[in-house]
Design a protein around this ligand. Sequence first.
Ligand SMILES: Cc1ncc(COP(=O)(O)O)c(C=O)c1O
Length: 424
Amino acid sequence: MNELALLGGTPVLDKCLEPYNSLGLDEEKAVVEVVKSGCLSGFYGSWRDGFLGGPKVQEFENAWKHYFCVENVISVNSATSGLYAAMGAIGLSPGDEVIVPPTTMSATAMAPLIYGGIPVFADIDEDTFCLGLESVRQNITEKTKAIIVVNLFGQAGPLKELRELCDTKNIYLIEDNAQAPLAKEYDVFCGTIGHIGVFSLNYHKHIHTGEGGMCCTNDDNLARRLRFIRNHAEAVVESADEKDLTNMVGFNYRMTELSAAIGLVQLGAIELHVKRRQHLAQQLSSAITDLDGLTAPFVRDNCEHAYYDWIIRYDAAQVGVSRKLFVDALNAEGFPCFEGYVKPLYQLPIFSNNVAIGNKGYPFSLSQRSYHKGLCPVAERLYEEEIIGFETCAYDINSGDLGLLSTALNKVFSNRFALINKEK
Ligand SMILES: Cc1ncc(COP(=O)(O)O)c(C=O)c1O
């Protein structure tokens, strides 16, 4: 009965976990109401009432503003759009440098490129997986215009310290808070500590509208510029009497009334959805406390973790089998987990091939920077050797399933030496 499924035994979970669905009757009603109203988008790309979007968009932005205690909220059609708009709003210009982490979803590091900015990769902290303060400090130059910190996997980056650093250096702190709704640092919501914070509402997230994003800022000028960039700035700035035309080329980053109506309902249940993930992650962490070589997610003092993913560190030397074999064995038991999250972003062809051709392409031609293996050793080690992850937002897990996931972890660990022959 204890024979590992990878070696022919019976899996602990003999079914696929159901996908999590946060949508219900209330979302359905909200959508029907919008369809009946005949107004699927209330935006207009000129300086009129419709410049700020339709009634649901404005109601949703207001509700978000009150919930997260922030002065301004600008909805967008994705967090990617929000990050791009944020780079425009801060006046990012060709050759400006933006410090980013290498371990994150690609949009974080693409955002500076849209305005001719140069992404500069600082290494991450091995415990939190977020930007490491020391590496950030080492990478600041007179060209640095901003830092994009990612509250990765639901964990707050060192926000207070980064904000102080940015204020001292007169540069911007942008929070990519796509994965960390309701996460907190010193009792303040992540996504509201930087000059701009960007949330994602894509369908993988704690709450969602299919696609969507929310930008938060306490700076009225940044808010105004974000609204221009969201909605055809070039056609609006003259009537709006906007004097600073830097980056006032607009996009269509507008959210639909349908998404906003769903978002309003989802926001009403955000605590429930986040708590479910927190509970799940905490239970999984308790299941591995006695398993030497597996380290549960670290939560910084004075922080609340939103557990977008449950990420553990694996020490192959201590466990005695390779990470790949361990993960294969867990998958075979019906525990869907992955190795490594994403490859450090500077290893993507857009960066690494650029080095090969001598940094010729724009905007890389504006910089002597080289993107090479070894740039961020901690990020590389965690990716290549240590991280094992489980997508807490992806599955609908009842207490029975949770018990089975814990059993699977213990079963693979206890029987791991049986895997060694497979490794040879
Ligand atoms: C850290 C991070 N940043 C940005 C994004 C982009 O979000 P969106 O899909 O809403 O554009 C994601 C999406 O997964 C993300 O995880």
